[in-house]
Design a protein around this ligand. Structure first.
Ligand code: NAD
Ligand code: G6P
Ligand code: MN
Length: 451
């Protein structure tokens, strides 16, 4: 790939609430990442059509040279593509709602990617992502998949096991978003920061936040986070502004208190303060409902307005500027830029004192052959214990999916820090099995009944 090349991209999950914002971001970055073809692919034709018809109007007015199409046919979607940006949601919001509400009914954390909800989502996602990889390899063997479909950690472990040679990069926007907040705290730009970080996806710690000249800002950011969490004065984020997210940014101060040496990922709240999370959740109205009433409604109403007006001049779609990390990643591969980014990769010594075969999130140098992880050295006992625990939970989930094994899945839930006992784990699991019948492999059941 060279500087004059124009790229062909398929977005899998074309009907996602994020697609329009990402397309607008691609348009804003068209000089940095030129496009010749853009396709949307989704299994839900109707959902995708609303977004796609509105995007077609936008592109026709703003970038008519881009050949834009949408389809539910894998062959048309994956033929002649250089990149697949994947953001599918297996089971949709209907199932996210159950992932959140079923555990909460048992007074257990109900969350999209953490605890039993994340495990249930993982059991749905694995097969769908493997299918996308297979389409990509069949129709465009040189294509790279930039995957941010959740739960990214379980998906990454499944890919490691089932498609170890696939050209897939797993990435999350949470560190990107939090680093934007950090940059604001110290009055710099996000691109000025160079970080060191270790952990797994939605489960990690920053050990250093420097500017390009090498000045260490961690103590200054720590003092701020100790008082305010990652809440900042100015809106730095378009995606994580709802009240429930603001509470999550604020709660980082209590995460920091557990180990003031490092800056925590906000998702650690589900593991360090599960009782607090349950106490502050409404079991009848969870984040899925908030998103359905908020982002989903906004995006689909905006699309419909553009379609009804027949022009993008109504100006309804917003640029998801924070999603430019996706372009940075694609450019790093396409142009061998050696950009430094946090990615989810096989450990292989990057964190010295945990197993090689754990999928970790660490800074990497990205070029045309993929990611080269940067070593983060040895980590302390507390974080090591947390990571090993969570890694084994996720490995058990992938084992359970591969082996169709109830026992392994029960063990996964039992081991999770979000569940209080094997008994509660079993009760939650049995409800999740019923809810996920249409999505999970059928599990071979354990004979033993808990009394
Ligand atoms: P959404 O439900 O609005 O969009 C997902 C789309 O994927 C839907 O249109 C759905 O029909 C489609 N889909 C489902 N299964 C599919 C399959 N097998 N093949 C093709 N299409 C399929 O959800 P959303 O809120 O926009 O989120 C999309 C995804 O992005 C989720 O997985 C979410 O967790 C993830 N996400 C990840 C990050 C990150 O940091 N990694 C950030 C934001 C969102
Ligand atoms: C962050 C995480 C994503 C997650 C999203 C949920 O961006 O990194 O992995 O999917 O938050 O946001 P939502 O607004 O859907 O609750
Ligand atoms: Mn994420």
């Amino acid at each position: 790939m060279n500087e004059s090349k124009k790229f062909s991209v398929v977005i899998a999950g074309g009907g996602s609430t994020y697609t329009a914002g990402i397309v607008m971001m691609l348009l804003a970055n068209i000089e940095r990442f030129p496009l010749r073809v853009l396709k949307l692919y989704d299994t839900d034709a109707n959902r995708q059509a609303t977004i796609a018809e509105a995007i077609a109007i936008e592109l026709n007015e703003k970038a008519p040279d881009i050949d834009f199409t949408w389809t539910t046919d894998p062959e048309s979607a994956f033929t002649d593509v250089d990149f697949c940006f994947a953001h599918i949601r297996s089971g949709g919001y209907k199932m996210r709602e159950l992932d959140e509400k079923i555990p909460l009914k048992h007074h257990v954390v109900g969350q999209e990617t953490c605890g039993p909800g994340g495990i249930a989502y993982g059991m749905r996602s694995i097969g769908d992502i493997i299918e996308l990889i297979d389409f990509m390899e069949k129709y465009s063997p040189d294509c790279w998949m930039l995957n941010y479909s959740n739960p990214a950690s379980i998906v990454a472990e499944a890919c490691r096991r089932l498609r170890p040679n696939a050209k897939i990069m797993n990435i999350c926007d949470m560190p990107v978003g939090t680093q934007r907040r950090m940059s604001q705290i110290v009055d710099l730009k996000p691109q000025d920061l160079e970080v060191r970080y270790f952990g797994m996806n939605h489960f990690g710690w920053w050990t250093s936040v420097k500017d390009k000249a090498g000045h260490e800002y961690l103590p200054q950011i720590r003092d701020y986070v100790a008082h305010h969490g990652y809440l900042t004065q100015v809106e730095v984020d378009t995606q994580h502004m709802d009240a429930s997210w603001q509470a999550t940014h604020k709660k980082a101060q209590d995460l920091l208190a557990v180990d003031p040496n490092y800056l925590p990922n906000t998702y650690l709240k589900y593991y360090l303060y599960p009782d607090y999370v349950v106490a502050h959740s409404n079991p009848d109205y969870t984040r899925a409902n908030e998103v359905e009433d908020g982002r989903e409604k906004r995006v689909f109403t905006a699309a419909q307005k553009i379609i009804d007006a027949g022009t993008s001049k109504v100006g309804e779609f917003q640029i998801d500027s924070h999603a430019s990390f996706i372009v940075d990643l694609a450019r790093a591969i396409a142009f061998n830029t050696h950009e430094r980014m946090l990615l989810i990769v096989e450990n292989n010594g990057a964190i010295a004192n945990i197993d090689d075969d754990i999928m970790v999130e660490v800074p990497c140098i990205v070029g045309k052959d993929g990611a080269e992880p940067l070593t983060q050295g040895k980590i302390p006992l507390f974080q090591r214990g947390m990571i090993l625990n969570q890694a084994m939970v996720e490995k058990l989930v992938v084992d359970a999916w591969i082996n169709h094994d109830y026992q392994e899945l029960w063990q996964a839930l039992t081991l999770s820090k979000t569940l209080p006992s094997a008994q509660v784990a079993k009760e939650v699991l049995d409800d999740l099995i019923i809810a996920n019948q249409a999505y999970w492999p059928e599990l071979r059941h354990a004979k033993h009944e808990v009394r």
